[in-house]
Design a protein. Structure first.
Length: 389
């Protein structure tokens, strides 16, 4: 490959790779944000490796440790290095990895932001390659374990590996990247500033940024992920469960209507089961069929309402329940009317012989009624505009 200067969107000069071991000179100032909780043993190593990178590549770097009041000597470890470009921010707001990173990005001064763990799992030496990828058209670049050349440490147990793969698979509809779980990534400050309603729950801050910023061009640079030597992982089971909650929010963000509809239909299906169970129970208790049918309907209407209020349209769960219930019944009544009307219309519609059946007519009615019901609930009963969040 020949050496040539590339014109970069970041307005920086990059010397194109001259050999297999591409030596890349990137001169854009970087802000490296490192979330920390009880990492005092690792901090000096991280600082030293970044210092070496900084000197070798002649890049302007600020290194910020976002610490959640570890009180384990982390502050002293940062002070001891004596570099003016390294600082530690002792946080007092909402604790956690993601909020720490978001706060760090907001405080960063340079045009390119990098997030990296403090346990030396992420090699800072690949940062120049990540910047190069960013410069040559990517909006977001990950240090990735799952692209060719990337790896995890050999002693990763089967369960940790499986866990990571399942988590990645669940995020598949949100992004096609190989390693969206990575905690090592970079992006432009300008893009971060444009990000709206970032929600900092859990660990998956890269996934949050990719989805909420709507990034299409996400690059991945292979890394050899090393297991930590000092300190211990803070990724608890509780954090993992939070991931499910996080995923639900991201799905809602990306596929809002499809998600509401799916949840609405799931609640509807649960209503059918509840209806039949109550009916069976009432019959077994000696009630007559009319009472049993009415009981099944009554109970399932109430449970459908409660479940939709709590889950499908969970943003509305603090609204006035009574008013919502009346609205819900009205929407259901309209749904029933639509169902009936469409069923009758279909019954008399000039359809081909094969499609002419009372079941086809009835199912069409059910589908139309349900859509109406859904729209009524989504846009009238549980409408977002009028609900305080
Ligand atoms: N400020 C702050 N607050 N930092 C935290 C907190 C917190 O509550 N919890 C963890 N950290 C810091 C740690 O000190 C470390 O620097 C980094 O966040 C990652 O935490 P680890 O505890 O080492 O996490 P992990 O190795 O299990 O998970 C890492 O790898 C996963 C992929 O396997 C993270 O990078 C994850 O984001 C990633 O998904
Ligand atoms: Mn780690």
């Amino acid at each position: 490959m020949t050496s040539a200067d590339l014109e970069l969107p970041l307005g920086i000069a990059v010397e194109a790779p001259t050999s297999e071991l591409a030596r890349i000179e990137v001169h854009v100032p970087l802000s490296i944000i490192v979330p920390t909780y009880r990492e005092c043993e690792n901090i000096p190593f991280v600082i030293e490796r970044v210092a070496r990178l900084r000197a070798r590549e002649k890049i302007d770097v600020e290194l910020i440790f976002m610490d959640d009041q570890s009180r384990d000597g982390s502050i002293e470890a940062v002070e001891a290095c004596g570099y003016s470009w390294v600082r530690l921010v002792e946080r007092s707001g909402k604790r956690g990895l993601s909020p720490a990173v978001i706060e760090g990005f907001a405080q960063a001064r340079n045009p390119v932001l990098i997030c990296m763990d403090c346990d030396l799992s992420h090699p800072p030496e690949v940062i120049p390659q990540m910047i190069l990828a960013l410069s040559s058209g990517q909006q977001f670049v990950l240090g990735s374990r799952y692209v060719p050349g990337g790896s995890t440490d050999d002693d990763w147990g089967f369960f940790r590996w499986l866990n990571s793969r399942v988590a990645t698979l669940l995020a598949r509809p949100l992004t096609k990247v190989a390693d969206p779980m990575s905690g090592f990534f970079c992006m432009r400050r300008a893009d971060f500033d444009k990000a709206e309603n970032l929600n900092a729950i859990g660990y998956k801050i890269a996934l949050e940024l990719i989805v909420k910023c709507g990034f299409e061009n996400v690059g991945e640079v292979p890394i050899q992920f090393k297991d930590r030597v000092y300190g211990e992982s803070k990724l608890t089971l509780k954090e993992q469960l939070r991931y499910i909650k996080h995923l639900r929010r991201l799905y809602l963000h990306k596929f809002a209507n499809a998600m509401y509809l799916m949840q609405f239909l799931t609640v509807g299906a649960s209503g059918v089961l509840i209806n039949l169970s109550v009916l069976t129970l009432l019959l077994a208790s000696g009630f007559n069929e009319q009472v049993a049918i009415a009981g099944g309907i009554a109970v399932s209407v109430v449970t459908n309402f409660l479940l939709n209020r709590r889950f499908t349209f969970s943003y509305a769960r603090h609204g006035n329940a009574f008013k919502q219930f009346i609205g819900y019944l009205t929407a259901s009544a309209i749904g029933v009317t639509v169902n009936y009307t469409v069923s009758l219309a279909m019954l008399h519609a000039p359809l081909p012989e094969t499609a002419q059946s009372i079941y086809v007519a009835s199912l069409s009615g059910v589908a139309a009624g349900m859509v109406f019901n859904y729209l009524g609930n989504r846009y009238l009963v549980f409408r977002r505009r009028f609900i305080e969040q």
